[in-house]
Structure formats: structure tokens, C-alpha cells
Design a protein around this ligand. Structure first.
Ligand SMILES: *[C@@H]1O[C@H](CO)[C@@H](O)[C@H](O)[C@H]1NC(C)=O
Ligand SMILES: *[C@@H]1O[C@H](CO)[C@@H](O)[C@H](O)[C@H]1NC(C)=O
Ligand SMILES: *[C@@H]1O[C@H](CO)[C@@H](O)[C@H](O)[C@H]1NC(C)=O
Ligand SMILES: *[C@@H]1O[C@H](CO)[C@@H](O)[C@H](O)[C@H]1NC(C)=O
Ligand SMILES: *[C@@H]1O[C@H](CO)[C@@H](O)[C@H](O)[C@H]1NC(C)=O
Length: 327
């Protein structure tokens, strides 16, 4: 009697594109490098500088490092040029030099690590300011393409709400024409600072382009002391963080994204007709439920028909060859 069995193949993998933190391996690198060198080193030898998503990871990094009175780089940095327009909400890099978006002397300086919104200063040049400061502001109205100077002092986000309620949004400055119209609107108003729609997210993203809300700052950090501290270190005696000058040389933490794939072959014995697609679907569904309840979300289930061992010895090769491990 010909014996045919079915193999149910389960591919289980962890740590694909979404990179859940638990599928990372961490490394302490005992070499002194500046932040950009450390980043290159991690990207070359591992995956990237670390992102610290929670206190467990912070504790893990702390426990794997030596107890020396020094600091080590993490993947956190403060990108002074990662600006967005309120109206578009997507990244719009404003470099240190630009045709018509001109920073006032020494700006942006992210003073005290607390300046994430932009005002026009002296009516023409940009200055990053604390978002909580109250200034008059410039709205843009898309219906009649006009710029409206509101002479009430508000915080940046209150100004944004006002503009969104009564007009379109806080103004962008996307062309020379727009810039000169704005200059005209402001002319004679006497305003010293006026909010425009430029802002950025503090401390986001990390070197690997993911974001995390967890922080473990030392008291009174970050402070961007001397407006020179845009990269973040962990203290190796205490596990707490500080912003530091990116050009300084420290040890550092890297991670490797681990992609594990496990192939599970199951041989099922049943009175039921396992060749029936319906029954295969039922079994697959039950198995899926079981996997999900165990917290496994990244898996695939495949059925494979197998000739009986006795039936054809040479087919065995074929069966094994069918269970490819894919990375
Ligand atoms: C454009 O519309 C806004 C809102 O209605 C109004 O405040 C503003 O004065 C208008 N500007 C022009 C130039 O019509
Ligand atoms: C700005 O000024 C120019 C002329 O310099 C004009 O053509 C344009 O409509 C104005 N408005 C806006 C919204 O740019
Ligand atoms: C500002 O307005 C004054 C007159 O009110 C004018 O003389 C001057 O040229 C204007 N400046 C700009 C930059 O438009
Ligand atoms: C970083 O992530 C954002 C969205 O999360 C994406 O738009 C952007 O392209 C990414 N940048 C890089 C360099 O991967
Ligand atoms: C790190 O050092 C390299 C030279 O080895 C230099 O090119 C780079 O600008 C430095 N990075 C920082 C942030 O100072």
C-alpha cells in the first residue's frame, strides 16, 4: 500500500525590519573614537550604534561595560538641521547655509538643549528659540495666499493652533518670493522675534533611524553646555546619560540585529484526510493561534506533500531541499 504523508513546515523568524529590541545583540567596544567614527565602526562591524528603548536595555549595556570613571557613546544625537515645516510635517533639511533661509550669527545653537522652534529675528534671519517663549507670529492663509502677522504673543504651539484655526498654518518660507512677501508683511511692525512654521523633534531619531521615548539623563543634563554638545554618552559608573561634544573620543556601544529563523517540521497523524485543503487550513489556523498566543508574530506555515520514505529513497533529498532556510 502506498503511504503518503504530509509535512507541515513552520518558518519562525525574529528581528526582521521592525527590529523588536529583544532580537538585538549588544557590544561594548573598548576603543576611543569620536561619535561619527564610532558610528562608522558599528555600521561596519555590527549594525549600528545602540538605541536604548527601555531601562532593561540600559541596564544590560551598563552591566556589560567596565566600571570605569568614563563615558561611552550611544546612538543618540541632536541633529541641529533636521527641521520640518508645520504645514508639511515632513523633514526639510535646512543646512548651515541656504539661499534665502539665513540663520542669524551663531544659530541654530540649541541653547541649553532647549530650542526646537524657529523665529525670524530682526525680521529677516532665523534663530532657534525655546518653543515655550511667547512671540508674535506669522500665519499663512492658502485661500487668499496672504501672510497675516498676528501681534499677540503666544508660544509656538499656541501660535500654530491659532493659525490652523483661523487661517491655514504657521507660515513656511519656500521661495525667494515668499521670503520677500514676508519681509514686506513685517516691514514697519517693529517685531523683534516672530514665530514661523519651522520646528524639529528633540533628540530624534537615533543613529539607526528608530525612535525611543526612554531617557535616563543625569540631573541637569542635557544642557548643550557651551552649545557644543550634540551627541550622547552613558556614564560607565552610573548608567546615566549626558550630552557631550561629538568630537570627543570615548568607548561606545554597538548592536547587531539578530535574524533567527527556525524551521519546524511536523508530522501529523490523523484519521482525517490530511490532503483536504479545508482540513489543512483548519490545522494551520489552530497552529497560528497557538503561535500568536506564545507571542510569536513573524512566521509562515507551509504544507508539503512527501512521498513515503519506503516509496522512494531518492525523494528524501528532495524533501530536505524543500525546507530552505531563508535569511
Ligand atoms: C485673507 O483671509 C484672511 C482670513 O479670512 C483675512 O484675515 C485676511 O485679511 C485676508 N487677506 C487678504 C489680503 O485678503
Ligand atoms: C508674493 O509676491 C509676489 C510678487 O513679488 C506675488 O506674485 C505673489 O503672489 C505673492 N504672494 C505669495 C503668496 O507668494
Ligand atoms: C519698509 O517700509 C518703508 C516705508 O514704510 C520703506 O521705505 C522701506 O523700503 C521698506 N523696506 C523694505 C525692506 O521693504
Ligand atoms: C528614517 O525613517 C523615516 C520614517 O520613520 C523615513 O522616512 C526615512 O526615509 C528613514 N531614513 C533613513 C535614512 O533610513
Ligand atoms: C571624527 O574624526 C574624523 C577624523 O578621524 C573627522 O573627520 C570627523 O569630523 C570627526 N567627527 C566629529 C564629530 O568631530
Amino acid at each position: 500500500m502506498e503511504e503518503t504523508s504530509l509535512l507541515l513546515i513552520l518558518l519562525v523568524s525574529g528581528g526582521l525590519s521592525t527590529l523588536p529590541p529583544h532580537s538585538r545583540e549588544y557590544h561594548f567596544v573598548n576603543q576611543l573614537m569620536n561619535w561619527t567614527e564610532a558610528q562608522s565602526y558599528c555600521r561596519e562591524h555590527f549594525t549600528d550604534l545602540v538605541t536604548i528603548y527601555n531601562s532593561n536595555i540600559n541596564q544590560l549595556l551598563f552591566s556589560m561595560s567596565p566600571r570605569i570613571n568614563d563615558w561611552a557613546w550611544t546612538g543618540l544625537y541632536n541633529d541641529r538641521y533636521s527641521w520640518k515645516w508645520s504645514m508639511e510635517r515632513k523633514l526639510f533639511y535646512v543646512g548651515s547655509t541656504h539661499e534665502f533661509l539665513i540663520w542669524a550669527n551663531g544659530q541654530p545653537d540649541c541653547a541649553y538643549a532647549n530650542e526646537y522652534c524657529v523665529a525670524l529675528q530682526g525680521q529677516t534671519q532665523m534663530d532657534d528659540r525655546p518653543c515655550g517663549d511667547s512671540y508674535p507670529f506669522l500665519c499663512y492663509n492658502a485661500q487668499n495666499t496672504s501672510y497675516i502677522l498676528v501681534m499677540e504673543s503666544r508660544s509656538w504651539s499656541a501660535a500654530q493652533s491659532y493659525c490652523r484655526t483661523y487661517h491655514t498654518d504657521l507660515t513656511s518660507i519656500r521661495s525667494k518670493e515668499e521670503k520677500s512677501n514676508i519681509t514686506l508683511t513685517l516691514n514697519g511692525s517693529g517685531v523683534q522675534y516672530v514665530w514661523i512654521g519651522l520646528y524639529r523633534d528633540p533628540w530624534a531619531p537615533w543613529s539607526d533611524n528608530t525612535t525611543s521615548t526612554f531617557t535616563n539623563w543625569k540631573i541637569s543634563e542635557p544642557n548643550n553646555y557651551g552649545s557644543t554638545q550634540y551627541c550622547v554618552t552613558m556614564n560607565l559608573m552610573a548608567g546615566i546619560w549626558s550630552d557631550s561634544g561629538c568630537e570627543l573620543r570615548y568607548n561606545f556601544f554597538c548592536f547587531t540585529a539578530v535574524t533567527k529563523q527556525t524551521v519546524v517540521k511536523m508530522k501529523l497523524q490523523s484519521e482525517a484526510d490530511m490532503h483536504s485543503t479545508e482540513i489543512q487550513q483548519q490545522v494551520s489556523q489552530q497552529l497560528s493561534g497557538l503561535m500568536l498566543s506564545e507571542g510569536l508574530t513573524d512566521f509562515r506555515i507551509r504544507w508539503r506533500k512527501v512521498q513515503s520514505y519506503r516509496d522512494d529513497q531518492s525523494k528524501k533529498q528532495d524533501v530536505d531541499g524543500g525546507c530552505k532556510t531563508e535569511f
